[in-house]
Design a protein around this ligand. Structure first.
Ligand code: 5RP
Length: 270
């Protein structure tokens, strides 16, 4: 592997082989998502506990302090919105030159397997890989499900992850599923990270799926809403960090969460 590629990947995947990515890119199709109205303010107390942040160039430039941040995974696909016709109709929005100028450690694009624009999004990924490999920049493929959350079952997720890896993604983001997740990871020859999806009511649910997904081979998470939409977002990210990097069980993570929460979690002040 080229030095540059290896160096960038090592900024993302830590020495223990694990990763905690914090995505705040949701506004690129959802607009000012709840608790991401001011992304800089939301993310600031969480940054010390993230291994990388995932976001678009617009939010990076305007909301993130360039002298005090974490490795950047630059979201370079978009062009759709929640009120538009089809979320899968994405194009590449950001050039590789721009990614280099912004000192990105990786770039990411979504693929929508089984959608009307499957072929376009897969070719977006393939072309992005062609360009990024020239400069040693890893591409993270985001296996998107659009509005169809029921697609989160092993057979479909395994198909998406494998296709992303075959097209050259260096890391793949997918969803966790209770049944057969080990097959999703086994069938994907590059590291897999798990997204969280919409915020759930109880934090233990999140700790349990992250723990189980890691036992089944995922290297970590790319998990947003269940951290920063939580009233105690610092407690959440600290507890997740313990599962990912310190082998904490869900019960131990819950204890960390409870301890941080009662002491002083000032994560989000409204
Ligand atoms: C949005 C994304 C997100 O980065 C990804 O879904 C993870 O975020 P969350 O945990 O909130 O689902 O790709 O398009």
């Amino acid at each position: 592997m080229d030095w540059g590629m290896e160096n960038r990947l090592s900024q993302l995947i830590q020495r223990d082989g694990r990763s905690l990515f914090l995505p705040i890119d949701h506004g690129y199709f959802q607009g000012p998502t709840h608790r991401l109205e001011e992304p800089g303010k939301t993310v600031e107390p969480l940054l010390p506990y993230a291994d990388a942040i995932m976001l678009t160039r617009g939010v990076l430039r305007s909301c993130i302090d360039p002298t005090n941040t974490k490795p950047i995974i630059l979201r370079v696909s978009g062009g759709t919105s929640v009120v538009g016709e089809d979320l899968s109709h994405e194009g590449i929005t950001t050039s590789v030159n721009e990614a280099i100028r912004l000192n990105a450690s990786a770039v990411s694009t979504s693929i929508f397997v089984g959608s009307k624009y499957e072929q376009e999004t897969l070719m977006n990924l393939a072309e992005l890989v062609n360009q990024c490999e020239e400069y040693g920049i890893p591409v993270m493929a985001v296996t998107a499900v659009g509005r169809e959350l029921e697609k989160r079952e092993a057979r479909y997720l395994a198909l998406c992850c494998r296709i992303a890896a075959e097209l050259g993604a260096r890391v793949v983001k997918t969803y966790y599923c209770k049944e057969g997740f080990e097959k999703v990871v086994k069938g994907c020859p590059v590291p897999v990270v798990m997204a969280g999806g919409p915020k759930v009511d109880s934090e233990i649910e999140v700790f349990e799926f992250v723990y189980d997904g890691i036992q089944k081979g995922a290297i970590g998470v790319n998990l947003g809403r269940n951290v920063w939409q939580h009233d105690s977002s610092v407690a959440m990210i600290k507890a997740l960090r313990a599962i990912i990097h310190e082998k904490a069980t869900p019960k131990e993570a819950q204890k960390i969460f409870d301890d941080v929460k009662v002491t002083k979690d000032i994560s989000y002040q409204r």
